[in-house]
Design a protein around this ligand. Structure first.
Ligand code: SF4
Length: 451
């Protein structure tokens, strides 16, 4: 059971110094209890307290880290069943499979797609995360050569090493060095040797049983031998069975604190179908419910992009609106005669509006006002995009030094504040922009300054 805020408070030094970034020890304790702060943020707590609170407040599903440095990949750490209860912590990792039985061209094409299929969306780079390297040929030499190729050509990919032979996995882990791979997998028939290799290489270990029950037994045994970083494969290879297992694992860990299943999972849509669209459909189900990693047979843009978007939507923190920074954004190389538009800092609004301006090819200045991530009408209703606040921002933004004219285009939905805003900004003429961002290109192409 986790500790309460009051129990944690009793262990704090009660200096109320604010060095943890929270004004008081009580507020800090409450945040630690809610999982919003790490106990280590207080520089005055002892190691003993850190360990005690850390263990008690550890998430029911362990966070497992692969890779290294800036290229680390985290999976697990989940604390709830439903996103609206808090948030989902680590997006499902998407992996592409390569093996030492594929010809060189096929491997090169898959690795190229891994590197090339990257998308920028609302300021976030969307991409696949892992490469699964499989020893299909049962040959250590070609396996380690392939691992080396993946490391060299895809330096930011986390790696899953797949072999039935523990010594082959050990050799592959040696090639990865500090860039810790996931060793796949310990099974009832090789568990002792796999545990020895995982201990020696200090790599996370996948645990594969024939059923969810067998996987739990194996996980318990391996934990008993001192390994903590595990990833579970329940062995299911149909959509119905794998879906059920994901839900059972999450529910058992989160609701019942059942430790043998308190680890992230790995799933294999690549082994459930030969049809790429069916594979994508299975993966989309598993992203929603609750796979830690999905291994795909291949990645193509038409399949990967919608999966990445689905993942972005599900793993965005619902309690924290996505925002962009308050600033002046030059688009298409504006000058002193270019139009000036203003909108809110809800990132979706920003990217839609800036995208339309960019597409219009009209050089423009886009002012982004901090509205705490609220969209235009919501921000206006909440008093965060009112005439006086817009005026304050326009005056301090520095836009008056960048343009000769004094015409400000406001979103069409805010037409009612035109008069008020002109009172607040007497040097400026307020122009009403279109209601829909999609109408911006034609509006901008015929735009003329008034002020
Ligand atoms: S740094 Fe520690 S002592 Fe200071 S306010 Fe935070 S919890 Fe309290």
């Amino acid at each position: 059971m986790g500790l309460t805020g009051i129990e944690i408070l009793k262990m704090l030094p009660k200096k109320n110094c604010g060095e943890c970034g929270v004004p008081t020890c009580l507020a800090f304790a409450m945040k630690v209890a809610a999982g919003q702060e790490d106990i280590g943020a207080c520089p005055y707590v002892s190691d003993e307290v850190k360990e005690k609170v850390g263990e008690a407040s550890a998430p029911p599903i362990r966070t497992v880290v692969l890779g290294s440095g800036d290229n680390k990949f985290e999976v697990g750490g989940e604390t709830c069943l439903y996103r609206h209860e808090k948030r989902f912590e680590h997006p499902t990792g998407l992996a592409v499979l390569v093996s030492n039985q594929m010809d060189d061209d096929e491997v090169a094409a898959r690795l190229n797609r891994f590197n090339g299929l990257r998308y920028d969306r609302v300021g976030v780079e969307l991409k696949a995360d892992l490469v699964a390297v499989k020893d299909e040929a049962g040959d250590e030499g070609s396996f380690t050569a392939l691992v080396g190729k993946v490391r060299e050509e895809c330096p930011d990919a986390a790696i899953i090493l797949m072999s039935e032979n523990p010594q082959t996995l050990k050799a592959g882990a040696g090639v990865c060095g500090e860039h810790k791979p996931l060793l796949y997998a310990a099974t009832p028939s090789n568990v002792d040797d796999m545990v020895a290799v995982a201990k020696e290489t200090e790599c996370p270990l996948a645990v594969k049983g024939g059923t969810i029950g067998e996987t739990a037994e194996l996980s318990e045994k391996i934990q008993g031998e001192g390994l903590k970083d595990l990833v579970l494969d329940t062995g299911a290879r149909t959509i119905k069975a794998v879906f059920e297992d994901q839900v059972v694992c999450r529910r058992a860990a989160v609701k019942h604190k059942y430790k043998p299943l308190g680890f992230p999972t790995i799933t294999f849509p690549c082994e459930m179908t030969d049809d790429s669209l069916t594979e994508a459909m299975i993966t989309s189900v598993l992203i929603a419910k609750y796979a830690g990693i999905c291994v795909l047979s291949d990645i193509q843009g038409d399949v990967l992009f919608p999966l990445l978007l689905e993942r972005l939507n599900i793993f965005t923190d619902p309690q924290r609106p996505m925002v962009v920074q308050e600033d002046i954004y030059p688009i298409n190389g504006p000058d002193e005669n270019s139009p000036v538009l203003i909108t809110c800092n809800f990132s979706l609004t920003y990217f839609i509006v800036s995208g339309e301006i960019e597409g219009s090819k009209v050089p423009s200045w886009l002012l982004i006002k901090d509205t705490e991530g609220l969209s235009v009408l919501t921000a206006w209703a909440a008093g965060k995009f009112s005439a006086d606040l817009i005026a304050q921002f326009v005056k301090k933004s520095g836009i008056e030094d960048k343009v000769k004219h004094r015409s400000l285009i406001i979103p069409g939905y805010l037409a009612s504040i035109k008069g008020e805003l002109e009172e607040e900004l007497p040097d400026w003429k307020i122009q009403i922009g279109p209601r829909e961002a999609s109408h911006l290109p034609s509006y901008l192409k015929s735009w003329q300054p008034e002020g």
